[in-house]
Design a protein around this ligand. Structure first.
Ligand code: GYE
Length: 362
């Protein structure tokens, strides 16, 4: 290249760069589809609000983290539901920390979003920031877990699962299964790998188990949190196996990722996760039914039973916002219907509070 062409080339590059800056390329990325992530603290500009547009509803979504397959499916469902004309979604991943979620909500308030959607990590500690949202006139919709606030008018409505009902179904299945197999109640010795302590899903699933243990005279050997992750599920199960040697019969995991981890620990200790209690198998029970791996384990009987927890809340949240936009008042608490899965032929249905649930093939 001679000097003149080099100079022309440089001018062209500069003009292209200028055009990119003027058209806003590189700024205003609201979320990165495919990665599903926009970590707080990683890219402060990542959730910049676009210029206000009367036809666009801006929704700030504070997701609690990315701890499980359920959570990834839930995030994806939200991103897809709002990836449409008329909406702008500002997504923030709280990385499992309530303080990050509080910061995200404050940022959304500054950005004057139209709605805040909050998937809270744990139940307590939300009063102040939700008062700030109310003072700013921004409706808050809760998704998945709940908040425990003195004044329920601090949020408009909630959509999610009945976690205790999920647990009542799973333990009803266990009761029916052990009865069919002729396992006496005092042999039903359970360890409980809990979810994130203080989250609605953990509270409901732990409570349901505690009630069933009492009602059926089962034995609860120990409880410890696996934080809804595979890694911690494996660690907690390895510790339980060391502590209780061969006393454990049932492993009640509060989500599928913990169950996958627990099975890894069981199998690397030379034991088997499976349905034959009389042959020394450990019966694994779990929740979600979202991950392919967990459903495959359930097909093989290595997870004996999964109480479904449905993560596809995006369209539901959008429908709630549409109701509010039309000036209607949605129900305060919106529950999702859920199923129960097991590949084992012994129990084909259970009945809870007069409602019959078919036990479906995973
Ligand atoms: O079961 C678990 C996730 O709150 C329902 O959180 C949710 C739970 C879900 O990490 O996998």
């Amino acid at each position: 290249m001679n000097k003149r062409t080099t100079r022309l080339f440089r001018i062209c590059i500069m003009m292209l760069l200028l055009a990119a800056v003027l058209t806003g390329c590189g700024s205003g990325i609201l979320f990165a589809p495919g990665t599903g992530e926009s970590g707080i603290g990683e890219d402060p500009g990542a959730a910049e609000a676009p210029a206000p547009d009367h036809h666009t509803i801006t929704v700030g979504f504070s997701q609690l983290g990315a701890e499980s397959d359920w959570r990834s499916a839930n995030t994806q469902s939200m991103l897809e539901a709002f990836d449409t004309d008329g909406y702008t979604l500002l997504y923030q991943n709280g990385q499992q920390k309530q303080s990050n979620q509080i910061t995200a909500i404050r940022t959304f308030i500054q950005q004057e979003v139209d709605y805040i959607v909050l998937a809270p990590a744990t139940e307590t500690g939300w009063d102040t920031v939700l008062e700030e949202a109310r003072d700013a006139g921004i409706p808050v919709i809760l998704v998945d877990r709940r908040v425990d606030v003195a004044d329920r008018s601090l949020y408009t409505c909630w959509v999610g699962s009945d976690f205790e009902l999920e647990s009542i179904k799973a333990t009803a299945w266990l009761d029916a299964y052990t009865a069919k197999k002729g396992v006496s109640t005092d042999e039903v010795r359970i360890v409980n790998i809990q979810g994130t302590i203080g989250s609605t899903a953990q509270i409901g699933r732990t409570r349901g188990l505690a009630n069933a243990v009492r009602a059926n005279d089962w034995e609860l050997l120990a409880q410890m949190s696996g934080d809804f992750t595979q890694t911690k599920g494996r660690e907690v199960m390895a510790a339980f196996l060391q502590r209780f040697d061969d006393a454990i019969r049932v492993v009640y995991c509060e989500n599928d990722n913990e169950a996958i981890g627990a099975i890894e620990a069981i199998e690397s200790a030379g034991l088997t996760a499976g349905p034959d209690l009389d042959r020394g198998d450990l019966l694994v029970i779990s929740f979600d039914g979202t991950s392919r791996e967990a459903l495959q384990l359930a097909r093989e009987g290595r997870i004996a039973c999964i109480a479904e927890c449905n993560p596809l809340h995006g369209p539901r949240v959008r429908a709630l916002i549409e109701m509010l936009e039309r000036g209607e008042t949605p129900e305060k608490f919106n529950y999702v219907e859920e199923r129960i899965f097991s590949a084992l032929p012994e129990v084909r249905e259970i009945t809870v509070d007069g409602v019959r649930y078919e036990v479906e093939k995973p």
